[in-house]
Design a protein around this ligand. Structure first.
Ligand code: KG4
Ligand code: ZN
Length: 331
């Protein structure tokens, strides 16, 4: 029956997460363990450490959300796990755990594309007064991904643009590092920028006015390095960096809208969507409704995986337990 709960598992990067939805997509329980602390002293995610942490954390997280909702594995309608793209060790841990659960409980398994999960989050029932109708635009702005996607329907995604070099979160993190801020530097850089004057430093705005919806951030990072070595105030550099990124993203959003004039909304996802300057710039960039899910659903989480799984499950889709995780898997 449609009321049976559905389980989602996420383990593609450095968040271990499990979430349980009811048959209508309402959240029954959710849990995330962020490994940031284990990776911070290395200045980035270490795949081997991530895989081992997923292995240790996932079973208690899944037990926890099931117990919280009073659900037994055999009560589930199905279980979905991220099957790519991402770090192979974590993907194997999450997908194999989900397959074992599915086999043991005699329920369907679905392997979910992580990018598709980000793309569908905005449709989660109850999240917005009115969920976006197809087609809509998605700007995925995370540490690992930087893409602009036309979401035409379930399973129908068209990539309008991607980064030619660094992801936007990576640009934040690398620039923050140049200013001596701890990893991951995005939120630290945003705080520092609030004390700076963006006009005090001149930084490039890569791709501004360029055709299409591609991104490029490595030139900006190089310019930040030069500004640091010239002795500019770090707060001013941070403010100028953030203003450049916001202007570039706004420009790309305008381009995307012209590529999909029938779009019903502009949806943002990924950690950088938490940045207030970025949100304000995107809000003003197009006449489209800007839909920014709460930060915990913008960053990596299992609610989005469960929801993508439930959408595909309702559409009659199932995956074989032989499905192999794919570190590279374009949407
Ligand atoms: O989506 P996410 O949590 O993880 C993945 O990369 O998959 O995104 C993390 C990225 C990091 O680069 C982090 O520095 C950035 O999002 N970030 C921010 C802010 N909060 C997180 N960047 C700018 N401003 C923020 N407030
Ligand atoms: Zn993600």
């Amino acid at each position: 029956p449609a009321t049976q709960p559905f389980l989602g598992i996420e383990s593609s990067c450095d968040e271990t997460a499990a979430a349980l939805l009811d048959g209508n997509g309402r959240i029954l329980a959710e849990a995330v363990f962020s490994q940031t602390e284990s990776h911070a002293r290395f200045g980035g995610v270490v795949p081997e450490i991530a895989a081992r942490a997923h292995l240790g954390r996932l079973p208690p997280l899944v037990r926890g959300v099931l117990r919280e909702a009073g659900v037994e594995p055999r009560d589930l309608a199905g279980v979905a796990a991220t099957a790519g793209p991402g770090l192979i060790g974590g993907l194997v841990v999450g997908a194999t755990f989900a397959k074992g659960l599915a086999l043991g409980a005699g329920i369907p398994f679905l392997g979910i594309n992580h990018l598709e999960a980000h793309a569908l989050t905005a449709r989660l029932p109850g999240l917005f007064p009115e969920p976006p109708a197809f087609p809509y635009l998605l700007l995925l702005l995370s540490g690992g991904h930087c893409q602009c996607v036309a979401v035409h329907g379930l399973g129908r995604y068209e990539r309008l643009g991607t980064t030619l070099d660094d992801a936007v979160g990576e640009a934040f993190d690398k620039s923050a590092k140049l200013m001596g801020l701890p990893w991951p530097g995005g939120p630290h850089l945003e705080r520092l920028a609030a004390e700076g004057d963006a006009r005090a430093v001149s930084l490039p705005r890569p791709m501004l006015g360029r055709e299409g919806c591609d991104f490029s951030f490595s030139g900006l990072k190089t310019a930040v390095a030069q500004a640091v070595s010239r002795g500019h105030r770090h707060a001013d550099i941070a403010a100028a960096f953030q203003a450049s990124v916001a202007a570039v993203l706004a420009d790309r959003a305008r381009r995307a809208h012209s590529m999909l004039p029938g779009a019903t909304a502009l949806v943002v996802a990924g950690g950088v969507a938490a940045n207030r300057a970025v949100r304000a710039a995107l809000e003003a960039a197009t006449p489209l409704r800007l839909l920014a899910p709460p930060v915990r659903l913008c960053t990596d989480n299992a609610v989005m995986v469960a929801w993508a799984g439930l959408e595909r499950f309702r559409a009659g889709q199932r995956d074989a337990v032989a499905l192999a995780p794919r570190p590279r898997w374009p949407m």
